[in-house]
Design a protein around this ligand. Structure first.
Ligand SMILES: Cc1cc2nc3c(=O)[nH]c(=O)nc-3n(C[C@H](O)[C@H](O)[C@H](O)COP(=O)(O)O)c2cc1C
Length: 183
C-alpha cells in the first residue's frame, strides 16, 4: 500500500471514529445533522436530527423519530436521502448519500425505548398529535403507546471536506473506493 492509499484509509477510519465519538459527546458538531428527504410533492425537505447509532462495519447510521412524522412517510415513498454534518472544531463537513429504512424489529424498538423512556427526550415520542400537525392539546400518550421509530441509513457514499488554512481537502468514498476530489 502506498502513502496516498495509507492517508485515504486513515481519513476513512478517522471519519468513523468521529461519528462514534459524536454519540457520547454532546458537544460534538456531528451529534446533530441535517437530514434531507423528498416530499410527496417532489420538493426537497430538510430538518435537524440527532445521530443515535453508528455501525462502521455495516456502514450504517441511525436516528430515532416519531413514526407519525412526515419524514417517515417521505422515506417510505423515497428512501434515498442526503445527510449533512458539520463540525466547527474539526472543520470537517460530511455529505452522505444513503438509503433509509424504518426498523420493523419490535424487540429492537422495545430495547431502544427502555434506554429513552427515563430521559427528557421520551416526550418526543409521546405527543398526543402527530408531529407537524396543528396543535390542539398538550396531552401526552401513555408510555405503552409511544411512537418511537428507528430509522437506519445504509450509506452509499461519503463526501468528506476538510477546511484548512493551507488548503482544503476533499475525499469521496464510494463502492469501497476512495478518491481525492478538487475541493
Ligand atoms: C437540535 C435538534 C435536534 C433534533 N433531533 C431530532 C431527532 O433526533 N429526531 C426527530 O425526529 N426530530 C428531531 N428534531 C426536530 C426536527 O428537526 C423536526 O422539526 C421534526 O422531526 C419534524 O420533522 P418532519 O416534519 O420533517 O418529519 C430536532 C430538532 C433540533 C433543533
Amino acid at each position: 500500500m502506498n502513502s496516498i492509499d495509507n492517508e485515504l484509509d486513515k481519513i476513512q477510519s478517522n471519519i468513523w471514529d468521529e461519528l462514534q465519538s459524536a454519540l457520547s459527546n454532546r458537544q460534538h458538531g456531528w451529534r446533530t445533522l441535517t437530514l434531507a428527504t423528498l416530499s410527496s410533492d417532489g420538493l426537497p425537505d430538510a430538518r435537524t436530527v440527532v445521530l443515535r447509532e453508528v455501525a462502521p462495519e455495516a456502514k450504517r447510521l441511525t436516528i430515532y423519530t416519531d413514526k407519525r412524522s412526515p419524514k417517515v412517510f417521505q422515506i417510505s415513498q423515497h428512501p434515498n436521502v442526503s445527510m449533512v454534518f458539520w463540525c466547527s472544531k474539526l472543520n470537517w463537513q460530511l455529505r452522505i448519500q444513503a438509503v433509509a429504512k424504518t426498523c420493523q424489529n419490535p424487540e429492537r424498538a422495545i430495547h431502544v425505548w427502555q434506554t429513552v423512556r427515563d430521559t427528557a427526550g421520551a416526550q418526543d415520542y409521546l405527543s398526543f398529535e402527530a408531529p407537524s400537525s396543528p396543535m390542539k392539546s398538550n396531552e401526552r400518550l401513555s408510555e405503552d403507546k409511544n411512537q418511537l421509530c428507528i430509522i437506519d441509513f445504509n450509506i452509499q457514499s461519503i463526501d468528506w471536506l476538510s477546511l484548512g488554512r493551507e488548503g482544503h481537502r476533499r475525499v469521496k468514498l464510494e463502492n469501497n473506493q476512495l478518491m481525492w476530489l478538487t475541493p
